[in-house]
Design a protein. Structure first.
Length: 373
């Protein structure tokens, strides 16, 4: 593999360190080469598309003489899981990639094994916290403060659900919906922020919650979301990867609202845009651009976990002309006020992750406090 060095520390983010390490240095006389291994498929209009678009943008910016990448779509079904680790090992065996990029909790075991067996291979791991007690000196780990952007979605949903000017809500009830892919700490972080944002607007809010059990079954997700809408929820939030597209389809069928996630789903699904007020974005693509540029300059610290929120550009709520058309100005102004409070440190959103994580009992109590009666 090409040799690299490590230098300056990262700024403006919460960092957990595994200690100082030395990893190979990028040879600037050759194109930087990355591999993105997706335990799913492109076309999710969400999480993986964001990662791919980020690398595409970087290649267009720098040119193929400076940066190239390959995407491997490994599939997301239970039948596909058996090939995830062997595929990762194949790319490590290749030895030509400056960095191999993987994400989500489902790749944790495979990455733990590969990073130990290939200490000279560098990895970027996104959207799950790596256990650096198990090693990982050749891993840069990035997470997102999805609780912050979800807080704004929850606040907006709570205001929208009783707004008499909106034609897709029943203002007589206070029920909103949430559809998660799987019950894990990252999805908990989304849900905690969503609930807290809604409760801070209206203590009487109720939240219908459901989990698909995976991130690909959009048909099951649609059925669950339709049930929520039929039972009174008129604003939903999907955090389920490609499965979450089912909630958006349900929103259209029920003539209700569904906030998107991980990419601008109103823009990606123009036929459904009237039902998608906005999207909560984890800037996976931008975070990969940032990390790779730092690595090319020898400034990316491996053996580190970094959290990126509003202040670091790691998350955002889409606030374009479409958002302004769908969401009333009074609600948008309140959302902007809350966002600024988060950025300025005046408002701390509870989280399921990191040193300040809520306990399991606290999380359950929060969920119970908004359970639909």
């Amino acid at each position: 593999m090409k040799k690299r060095v490590l230098s300056t520390a990262m700024a403006a983010a919460m960092v957990v360190s595994a200690g100082a390490v030395t990893v190979p240095v990028y040879a600037k006389d050759e194109p930087y080469k990355a591999a993105l291994l997706i335990n799913g498929t492109l076309g999710d209009k969400s999480f993986y598309d964001s990662a791919n678009e980020g690398l595409t943008k970087l290649q267009e910016e720098l040119g193929e003489d400076k940066f190239t990448f390959k995407v491997e779509q490994m599939g997301a079904t239970s039948a596909d899981e058996a090939k995830w680790e062997p595929t990762l090992y194949d790319y490590c065996d290749d030895g030509s990639y400056d960095v191999i990029i993987v994400g989500t909790f489902q790749m944790m075991d495979a990455l733990t094994n590969a990073s130990a067996d290939y200490p000279d291979q560098k990895f970027i791991y996104f959207d799950e916290a790596f256990n650096f007690e198990d090693g990982g000196e050749n891993i840069y780990n990035v997470m997102y403060k999805q609780n912050e952007v979800s807080y704004l979605v929850g606040a907006a949903a709570a205001m929208m659900t009783t707004d008499e000017t909106l034609d897709k809500v029943d203002p007589s009830n206070k029920i909103i919906g949430f559809l998660g892919g799987m019950d894990n700490s990252v999805i908990d972080d989304f849900l905690i922020g969503y609930i807290q944002g809604a409760k801070d607007i209206d203590e009487e809010i109720q939240v219908a919650m459901a989990y698909v059990g995976n991130f690909y079954d959009s048909a099951a997700a649609k059925d669950m979301a339709l049930t929520q809408y039929q039972n009174g929820a008129d604003v939903g939030f999907n955090v389920a990867g490609s499965a979450g597209l089912g909630q958006i389809e349900a929103a259209v069928e029920a003539d209700r609202y569904a906030f998107g996630v991980d990419s601008d789903q109103a823009a990606k699904l123009p036929d459904y845009a009237a039902n998608i007020p906005s999207s909560a974005i984890k800037n996976v693509g931008n975070s990969l651009i940032r990390a790779i540029k730092m690595d090319m300059e020898g400034e990316l610290e491996y053996g580190q976990l970094e959290y990126l929120g509003f202040a670091e550009g790691g998350v955002e709520l889409v606030e374009d002309d479409h958002y302004k058309e769908v969401v009333p100005e009074e609600i948008r102004n309140k959302v902007e006020e809350l966002k600024n409070q988060i950025i300025n440190g005046e408002l701390e959103v509870p989280t399921a992750l990191g040193e300040n994580a809520m306990s399991e009992d606290e999380i359950q109590a929060l969920y119970d406090s908004v359970k639909v009666k």
